[in-house]
Ligand binder design. Structure first.
Ligand SMILES: [Zn+2]
Length: 90
């Protein structure tokens, strides 16, 4: 019995170790930007440059409780300088 238990223990330890490796990879991978989908934001176009958000969202911001997507951080910052200006002309 004992050798079997040892094998099981090592198998579990190995599995646990593998899981930990996966957990470490997630925050390291810069795939955060790929998680944004047009369905997550209220705007259909990047207010700063006019690009459709379906072309790709690499940054988002929240303004007055709503999420807005932008093709780049630069566009987001441009929007945040004067959000009302963009929202009024929508
Ligand atoms: Zn843009």
């Amino acid at each position: 019995m004992k050798p079997v238990l040892v094998v099981v223990f090592y198998a579990l330890a190995f599995t646990a170790c593998k899981n930990e490796e996966k957990k470490v990879e997630m925050p390291v991978a810069t795939t955060d930007t790929a998680k944004f989908t047009p369905a997550m934001v209220v705007n259909t176009k990047d207010y700063s440059c006019g690009m459709p958000v379906t072309a790709g969202i690499s940054d988002t911001c929240h303004y007055e409780g709503k999420a807005y997507g932008f093709c780049s951080t630069e566009c987001k910052n441009e929007f945040l300088k004067d959000p009302k200006k963009y929202l009024v002309t929508k």
